[in-house]
Each structure stands twice: as structure tokens, then as C-alpha cells.
Design a protein around this ligand. Sequence first.
Ligand code: GDP
Length: 479
Amino acid sequence: GSLTVGQFAEKLGRPSTDIIKKLMVLGVMATKNQDLDKDTIELLAGDYGVRVEEEVIVDEASFEDEGLEIDEKTAVLRPPVVTIMGHVDHGKTTLLDSIRHTKVTAGEAGGITQHIGAYQVVHEGKKITFLDTPGHAAFTTMRARGAEITDITVLVVAADDGVMPQTVEAIHHARAAKVPIIVAVNKIDKPNANPDHVMQELSEQGLVPEDWGGDTIFVKISAKKGIGIDDLLEMILLVAEVNEYKANPEKPARGAVIEAELDKGKGPVATLLVQNGALRIGDAIVVGNTFGRVRAMVNDLGRRVKKATPSTPVEITGLNNVPQAGDQFMVFEDEKKARQIGETRAERALITERKETTSKVSLDDLFEKIKEGEMKEINVVIKADVQGSVEALSGSLKKIDVDGVKINIIHAGVGGISESDIILASASNAIIIGFNVRPDNHAKDVADQEKVDIRLYRVIYDAIDEMEAAMKGMLDPEY
Ligand code: GDP
């Protein structure tokens, strides 16, 4: 779009005369009401150190910020959305199957469950939505794409195995997202099950059971034998009741993509989780970088539905292209606008891919961000070769305080830098510090893609020193 000199000046917060003078220097005689062309705007903006964003981005801004906000006056309670996490083989999949099986067959006669990436169950008349892809990697990948859809995490820990590395990772991932954790101590049917040991180990991680004076809910279950499942669902509903998750079903729908694929017959198919508003057949919709009109909607029981209310997952067809899991969607009043925004976003996606622009934090721009008041806390992920170094590094970093800006360690552990570390850092806008470890090749690629800053050190003092210098704007530039 074009702007007049006056409008441009207003956007910059400068008097029009400033702009007119600048233009004179460039050999252009202008008045306040004169239209500026795109090139001139960019040139001038460059002089003032600001970046030009086109008119359509105004629409994008609204895409990012509005619609998920809850209007308290008309808000109603919505079902909680739950993700199951835990170490491999501790029983996540078995638990998801068990919950679905007991509840669906009991409640919905004739329903044939269909895997669409999420499902809903009813317990004591209340609905709960479960995401069908367990694990913290999927959870954080969605967050890295901007989708915050999980309300509650169920952390599964096998009572015969106890806390394992991925258990700790899962805790850190849930905490980084500020999502409450309910612990499900699983496999209590096993003869060598030791739930007390699990409780003790988790207490060391800051998850202290209510029985022991803490505030973490623990439920003993056997996913395989179906023991304690009702208790677990009850506790989920309890946490939901306390937190009062709300939405405005009268609004146009907003939400996120759970999964998507290209179906040979149906074309692009996507499972959407409605986070706010209600989604209807015929709605004009922008999904990530694509758009379309909702042609058909099917729920997790394979039934056609006309409308999907908050926290409901539905599989839709009618999109132009296949979006990605974690992409956000938004319904627009008219199809033209949806098309325009969808197409612009698709173009922009190509441009940003080419330009490889970034807004992620790095040591190099830390000071700038602090100065601009953008950062009150610097998120850091620490990986080191031995536990002693992890602790020494965490302890020293936590003590750094530059003008009230502190370091927040969202994850620290022993071992090489993994893809999961990178995705967590990406989702939480964190810097990764590696001590005597390095990323494997795959992790390195992901870090490049996600623009995550990885800093490797062999001397603890160097890591502390560089962090402090970066925060004070005294980091030696890297050439
Ligand atoms: P995931 O990797 O966390 O998804 O774990 P799975 O659900 O695949 O379970 C791993 C193994 O543990 C499978 O062989 C399950 O049958 C078994 N398992 C899961 N839950 C229980 C349980 O409550 N009791 C017993 N005895 N075995 C279980």
C-alpha cells in the first residue's frame, strides 16, 4: 500500500517537516499530502532505522494477536486439552489407548474411533480432550511453531523404572510452557513396582506429592490393566475446574493444526483443534500459509459434524494446500480476505525462507534486546559432559544479574545437544550453552533452521564471562 508524507511521518512519530526535509536532500520536492512510493518509503525508513512492513501485515498482526483473547463477559468453560509425556516405554501409548477405549466404547454406542490426532472423552458428564501424539518433542515442536494448545500435562512414570532422562526433559518442557503437571505413576500392577521411590525421585525434581506437603497431584495407575484411569480423569477435571479454561463459542474460530496430510481422494486433510470460537462448514479459513473453505468436518468418532466448539478436534477438508502441525488457523468473515491473507502469507513464507530472517535471541543481540526492554529474563538450556559441570554452570549463570535482567535455566542435563534441546530452545527463545559437548549433525541442521544460538565452551569461566559481557553489550564481535 502507499502512504502520504503525513501518514508516514505519523507512523514514525516525527514531524512531517522532517520527512519533507529529508526528501529535499534526495532531490524530491514534496508536500504533506503527497503519496510516497514503496521504494522511497523503504529508503526513508532505512534512514530512520525502521523496517517497512506492508499493509497486509497489519492483517497478519491481528492474526497473531487477536481472537485467542477471551472476552470474560461472554466466556464459557471449555474442556481441558491434555498432552501425555514421559520416558519411552513408560506407558504413554498404552494409557492413551486405555482412556480412549474404556470411555469411548462405554459412552458412545456404535462409535468407531478414528485416528485424527486427538480425541475427546466424557467423564462424569464432562469432556476432556487428549492429544494423541504423546511426548514432549511433539508438544514443544507445536510450541516452536507458535501453537500453545496444551492446558495440562500428564507425566507418566513407570513404577518399576522410576525417573529417567526423558522424564526430566518432559518436566522441563512442561515447565518452560508453564503447563501444570499431573503425575501418573504407571505399571503399579507389576510385582517390582515401587511408587514411593518414584514419588521420592520426583520430589527431588520439585514435584512434591500433596501427601508429602507439596502441591503436585499423583495418581497410581495401571494403563494396561485399566486401574486408576477414572481417578486420573477426575484429577484432570479437578485441575480444569481450578484453572477455569474458558472460550467464547460465539466468535469466529481460532486454533491450531494437530496434524495434516495430503489424501489422494480428498486432497489436503487437516485435524484442527478449535481453541476459541466455533468452526462451521463453509467457513472461510486461513491455516498457516494456506487457505480455503471448510468443506467437510469429521470428528474423532468418524462422524460428520456441522460445527466444532472450543477444545474440539475435527478433521477438515477444503484447504488449498497441506499446512503443518502447529500452524495456527483463523476464520475470516469473507473468503476474499482469507484468500488475500493466505496468499500473502504463502509468499512471505517463501521470502522469509530465502532471506533467512530471524527474531530469535542470540548472544550477539542480547544487549540490544535488553536495552529495548524486550527481555527481562534470558532463557538458557545447558548441556554438559558431566553432572558436576551442569551444576557448576547452572549455579554461576543463575547468579548473574545485569540491571535486574537474570538468567532463567529452562533445561539442564548431561549429554550431547539433541534435536529436542534445540526445539525447546526455539519454542522458548533460549540460548544453548554446551560445555565439553557438541550438537550432532542433525541437531546442528535443526539449529540452523530454527536460528537457535548454540555456544560451546571448554572452560566454565569463559561461558560465564561471555554471557555477562553479552548482557552488558561488551561482547567482542565474532568475525
Ligand atoms: P510408551 O513408549 O511410553 O508409549 O510406552 P508403551 O505404551 O508403548 O508401553 C511400553 C510397554 O509397557 C508395552 O509393552 C506395554 O504393554 C507396557 N505397559 C504399559 N503400561 C503398563 C502397565 O500399566 N502395566 C504393565 N505391566 N505393562 C504396561
